[in-house]
Design a binder for this molecule. Sequence first.
Ligand SMILES: Nc1nc2c(c(=O)[nH]1)N[C@H]1C(S)=C(S)[C@@H](COP(=O)(O)OP(=O)(O)OC[C@H]3O[C@@H](n4cnc5c(=O)[nH]c(N)nc54)[C@H](O)[C@@H]3O)O[C@H]1N2
Ligand SMILES: Nc1nc2c(c(=O)[nH]1)N[C@H]1C(S)=C(S)[C@@H](COP(=O)(O)OP(=O)(O)OC[C@H]3O[C@@H](n4cnc5c(=O)[nH]c(N)nc54)[C@H](O)[C@@H]3O)O[C@H]1N2
Ligand code: SF4
Ligand SMILES: [Mo]
Length: 748
Amino acid sequence: MIIVDAMTNMHVQSRTCPLCEAMCGINVTVENDRVVNIRPNKDNVWSRGHICPKGTTLGELHEDPDRLRTPMVRIGGEWQSASWEGAFEHLAELAEGVRSRHGPNAFAAYGGNMGGKDSALSRYSGLMLGTSGIRQIFSSSTVDNHPKNLAAILMFGHEWKIPIPDIDNTELYLIFGGNPAASGGSIFAHPDVMGRIRDIRARGGKVIVIDPVRTKTAKAADQWIGLRPGTDAALMLAIAHVLFERDAVRLRHLDGLVNGIDALREVAARFTPERAAAFCGIDADVITKLADQWINTDRAAIYGRIGTCTQAFGTLASWMVDVLAILTGNLDRIGGSMWARPVAPLVEMLATLPKEMPVVMGKSRVRGVPAVLGQFPASCMAEEIATPGEGQIKGLVTFAANPVLSAPDPAKLSAALPLLECMVSLDNYLNETTRHAHVILPSPSLLESPFYDMWSWVFCLTSGGQYAPPLFDMGDRPEPWRVFARVGAIVGGNPDADLDALDDNYFRGLATKVSVDPDVAIEALPNRGQERILDLAIRAGPFGDRFGAVAGGLTLADFRAAPNGLIVSPAIPRAQEGFPTASGKIEIAPDLILADIPRLEEEMAKPPVQLVLVSRRHIRSMNSWMHNVDSLVRGKDRCTLHMHPDDAAQRGIEEGDRVAVSSQSGDIVVPVEISDAIRAGVVSMPHGWGHEDPLTRLSVAHAHAGANTNLLSPGTLVDAPSGNAVLNGIPVSVVLAGTQAATARVIA
Ligand SMILES: Nc1nc2c(c(=O)[nH]1)N[C@H]1C(S)=C(S)[C@@H](COP(=O)(O)OP(=O)(O)OC[C@H]3O[C@@H](n4cnc5c(=O)[nH]c(N)nc54)[C@H](O)[C@@H]3O)O[C@H]1N2
Ligand SMILES: Nc1nc2c(c(=O)[nH]1)N[C@H]1C(S)=C(S)[C@@H](COP(=O)(O)OP(=O)(O)OC[C@H]3O[C@@H](n4cnc5c(=O)[nH]c(N)nc54)[C@H](O)[C@@H]3O)O[C@H]1N2
Ligand code: SF4
Ligand SMILES: [Mo]
């Protein structure tokens, strides 16, 4: 922290914006305990002054009068502010009721996206889940990245061993289903993706975007391939087909390290460019040209993101992204895709799946679907709460999640949540989900927390880090890790557990996981809490001091002394380290994935659906939870349906008309924006809106409510192997609102 002026009590702190994976360095100026302004930090060694409009709103979030600062307890329909002790006691009473009436297995947990960014939640979810004994686990992973995790564990042996595109050194950047112009990049941390896209082109390289929508990213690229939603796997299999046919497969240094090439060749043989093209809604020629371009380019970086995950063939598409990197000799290679070497490898300590646990396990009680990587599909939760019988969910812990807006079938979930006998939410807002809780326990604001983005650096090919202590004092509230740990203990039936002992024990377990003697670790780091886990990760990581064993190795102290961050190393090839698969090699054709090919082929045989819905992001939104920031929601309504002019004309729809959009699961009414930057037959909606519920406390968001697009996402639509929600390619119909057809559908 730099003190600028002691007389006016003004100071500036350098931090990392925690809101997305771009990890922009910011300077926060505070005067008399209020944020005066937030500016990009040009001296931040990582982001060098890059920022977006959300980054400057952390002060507004901190000062938001709707942000919860004390625990809240709901008695009947009335919310009351409570003391921490009072809230814990109330929770313990309700939890004990559930345990005594329904047994210890009646509890479930749902973790959300900000759980990765909240310093305490991200590091202590293992402790909370362990002490609570919760087995039914749900999270935003199954409305996001589960297919990528499944492909990664089956191919490379670890669910987070996900290849990242090296766009700083590539000649050809292929983006399937990602729009970094809006999202900032995802499962791929880079400070300025759009700037780098310009650089690739400036040095003579090419950028190709494969997306049903001609997004801002596509507009900045050399080529846009506007395929039909849900067809990426077929397109990529056809590219593999061409590579095999041209005898152009080149494994380079991975030769001898890859199992299953023959099985893959057999599958790819069936996917001719002509056959795939008909399904993808593009010319066969586009596919062969793309394959040839890849063959003739030395270094190509392929990247697939949420458009390739939250679709009907998410696992197949995610798998093929990595398959093509391997077949073209671009995996584990500079300018291709590489594995990160995070300074503080959180995921190695917190791998969600214990080694001995099978990847696919058990069956959900109601729908009979397996837990994949320890998690049931998010869309199962409502039916598990609502359906009576042995094993019914009666108690729920949510943390940093808003599934009523973010998950499929929200009407079912909103109807089910009131049936719970004990629901506790760790969240900073009384929102569409937490309003159903009995107890809400707020986390500190993002500026009251210490921050080192352990999560995003995991997806970054530059090894580095930045640490900032809390900017504001948390007052006399309990340390956030104690709150989370105590929730776990209460749910686990041990409300008076010794939290210090729990933490020491947990910390010892983490040390063991990263091959550090727990006695050595605990002696060196006696101060409990989230910082010591960070310090352990840094010390045990690839650049760490290993508690004195590596001279000059890093510790947290090095980051405390470097407010502009530290860059330690670029990425290096890692295949020679081996793979934690059973064979020790890359499995390019896992049985579980190949078993899904017939489902794809069945779909290819069907006639295409007339109109399908996809999702889109906007730079000024963050999923569902930043619409309470006035400066971000002011201006033009963003919760609109985008539609191609031909589709609009066919339906007599004009710019600005209100339309009724219907799917198998529900209906919404929204204004339309007509644009040719979308494929005909495809419409798009943003998610995270629908803030009309009067029982929330989100005054700004409420005034800009919009509609919840996930009412249109049927919970039964999942990517079969992973259980991930299908949020793109949903069959819909669109008619002018208020017409007879619309009224009939909305009433039905
Ligand atoms: N401003 C902002 N930034 C965010 C977020 C946010 O809400 N707002 N959310 C954060 C989170 S949680 C995530 S996971 C990331 C996501 O980051 P991205 O993956 O970049 O997300 P989107 O911008 O939604 O881009 C997805 C693209 O996939 C396309 N698409 C849809 N269906 C298909 C398909 O079948 N095939 C192909 N090839 N493309 C398809 C869509 O048209 C869209 O352009 O963003 C993060 N960053
Ligand atoms: N149709 C459609 N639906 C989608 C998507 C899509 O593209 N299309 N994208 C999906 C994706 S990728 C994701 S990741 C999910 C996100 O799904 P969720 O994680 O369920 O939703 P968020 O809106 O990110 O909710 C974050 C919650 O965390 C709270 N919060 C914010 N900061 C903190 C903090 O520091 N501590 C605590 N304890 N709480 C905090 C907020 O108040 C909010 O309740 O949405 C998914 N839903
Ligand atoms: S791009 Fe992401 S990290 Fe950077 S300021 Fe915006 S939200 Fe924050
Ligand atoms: Mo996400």
